[in-house]
Unconditional design. Structure first.
Lengths: 176, 176
DNA sequence: CAGTCCATGTAAGAAGTTACATGATTCT
DNA sequence: AGAATCATGTAACTTCTTACATGGACTG
């Protein structure tokens, strides 16, 4: 995942490992963050694979290693981005995809959003059913915390679906 | 985290590694899950530390290794559970804590919930401010996806706070 | 009698973190 | 002059997953 985040940031402009960390802190830290100990080795790997290239510069009397994305890197990134979003139940990884959907053709973004909604709806229906079963079988007041986490789950899935639908309306409403 | 989940499940009743996996699938998979490859080694570690003990039984002609929690394991688990909940921005780990809050004294549960709410409120305020800055500085229609992920973030934090407040009301309203 | 489920376990590898090491520059 | 920030990097470690290996019991 980290390697794709890096490529995604480099789609915008070339920058150093340190700059990447700053962007993460400022822009994505509420759903994704990484340490220097993983950023620098990731940059080395990406360069070795030919997805990025570096140039050592001295900017305002500070040594910097500026990385830029290659044609191969761009196509590698877009191939990944256009694949269906895998919903992780335990992490907020889906936001990583949406954050970079600016680089996807509108039609593809709409298609993937719809596929994603269907996947989350399926999970919502499963959990909703389990929640109903619990409501029927037990006195939920005796299991406040267990039941509340189920309520959390159901409402969380619904929240994601609503947000996706809002986003869908917005993109579909935009002038081509 | 996995070791505490296992201890939490064993607080209810003794069970095998296989049973633990079934409980995760049925009950916690929407916020936590683990593979056999991590469950079995975790059980070995926990037994080595003296937090659980095992007995090999043949139940309905099937070999099983049943684990039960020790006094030391219980106190180790409760010591962890009563500590302040660390909010992970990228994972749903806070639900793990709440799921087992049935084992915490009511007053402690209320205190930790309130502390947690304050932490999430602080994150909400930060992100809200950043969102306002973006709204002032840019035409958000040109950055639909970047802006939408921010809206997601703000609403997600608000969702958690609302859920916590509902839970708080419920526990406080319950007869002692 | 083949397939699925029950049941336990290991080995290799993925993907990160924390802590450390280094050194220049800028701020107070 | 000392602290904070800028900037890159490595080593050891943590914590998981995937894939494999094994074998008995049940099911159609």
């Amino acid at each position: 995942m980290l390697e794709y985040i890096i490529l995604g940031f480099l789609m915008r402009e070339e920058m150093s490992g340190y700059d990447l960390k700053q962007w993460m802190i400022n822009c994505t830290s509420y759903f994704f963050d990484a340490s220097f100990g993983s950023i620098y080795p990731a940059l080395k790997r990406l360069e070795k694979k030919g997805y990025i290239k570096s140039s050592e510069v001295v900017e305002s009397s500070k040594f910097k290693k500026i990385y830029s994305i290659t044609h191969m890197g761009k196509s590698h990134f877009l191939t990944w981005l256009e694949k269906p979003i895998i919903f992780s139940k335990t992490k907020q990884e889906h936001l990583v995809y949406f954050y970079f959907y600016q680089y996807l053709p509108k039609e593809r973004a709409i298609l993937n959003l719809k596929t994603f909604i269907i996947e989350v709806e399926s999970l919502l229906n499963q959990l909703s059913k389990e929640k109903s079963d619990v409501e029927e079988s037990y006195n939920v007041n005796q299991y406040t915390f267990l039941y509340s986490t189920m309520v959390y789950g159901v409402n969380y899935y619904q929240f994601i679906i609503n947000w996706c639908n809002d986003l869908l309306k917005q993109i579909e409403g935009e002038k081509v």
